[in-house]
Design a binder for this molecule. Structure first.
Ligand code: SF4
Length: 270
């Protein structure tokens, strides 16, 4: 059966993404661009979590639910102290539920210095820290940042480099390198895979991700996330062409097949 693969979006040149970095680098992470906050339970890590969404992303995933986070200028500048004030407000509930702080985006590693400072402060309070990342900018995560990171939610968007580029506009290898580095440093990974019919669902593509996940020592769970249309209105509001407008969510059978493919590698699958 022929598989129709929608055309990729064009991500900004890295020079433009680097331009967005300039402020945060100059200030060495004292302030960062925060898009929004959310108090959640049973997503983005264990327990109840304060999730901080940072603005800015170097990828342009076709199924992105939050295209409004793509540009760093779409956030509000906050100091580390301001973020920690908010964290402290929820400290009791986060700890009582075995939860913690998650930094997501956008792509948090676009502001790696800022995340490093926030996590360092959180660990002083003995708060669990989770980093939700595509891993594309993993090389920008310092060892100090990883030292203060308890969990990485690693979004591996494809196992096939060509499909990865079709999905995100970028290269796959930096993500794979980052996962190997996390594994070597003993950092727990929850690997996430967004299942999109007609785009990421081929047996070969899933097998490549499953084999990779199985090769790492610290993958505690794999989350297969079925594609849905919940981000669609944001694309329309931003006047961006949404290539997955006609894509249906995966069937229960397809989701099960993909979960089974991961389980074959001895992985715990959700
Ligand atoms: S990495 Fe995340 S925020 Fe960035 S485009 Fe992809 S889905 Fe959207």
């Amino acid at each position: 059966m022929a598989i129709s693969v929608p055309l990729p979006l064009s991500p900004p040149p890295m020079a433009e993404a680097n331009e967005e970095l300039r402020d945060s680098v100059r200030e060495r992470g004292e302030t960062g661009s925060v898009h929004s906050w959310e108090l959640v339970t049973a997503v983005d890590g264990p327990g109840s979590r304060l999730t901080v969404f940072l603005a800015g992303c170097a990828l342009r995933c076709q199924y992105c639910q939050n295209p409004d986070t793509w540009r760093m200028s779409n956030g509000v500048r906050h100091t580390v102290a301001e973020v920690m004030e908010k964290v402290a407000r929820y400290e009791k509930v986060l700890k009582a539920t075995g939860g913690g702080l998650t930094v997501s985006g956008g792509e948090p590693l676009l502001q790696a210095d800022f995340v490093e400072r926030i996590f360092h402060e959180a660990k002083k309070l003995n708060i669990h820290t989770a980093l939700d990342t595509s891993g594309f900018l993993g090389a920008r995560a310092s060892n100090d940042l990883l030292h203060d990171t308890d969990l990485v939610l690693l979004d591996v968007k494809s196992g096939d480099p060509e499909i990865y580029r079709q999905v995100t506009g970028r290269a796959l290898e930096p993500t794979l390198d980052f996962g190997r580095r996390l594994s070597a440093q003993g950092i727990t990974i929850w690997l996430r895979y967004v299942l999109v019919p007609g785009l990421t669902d081929t047996v070969e593509n899933v097998a490549a991700v499953a084999e990779y996940a199985g090769s790492l020592d610290t993958v505690e769970r794999v989350e297969v996330l079925p594609f849905h249309q919940m981000g669609r209105d944001k694309w329309t509001a931003l006047k961006q062409e949404y290539t997955l407008a006609d894509t249906e969510p995966p069937s229960a059978e397809l989701i099960q097949r993909v979960r089974d493919q991961f389980a074959e590698h001895g992985l715990t699958v959700f």
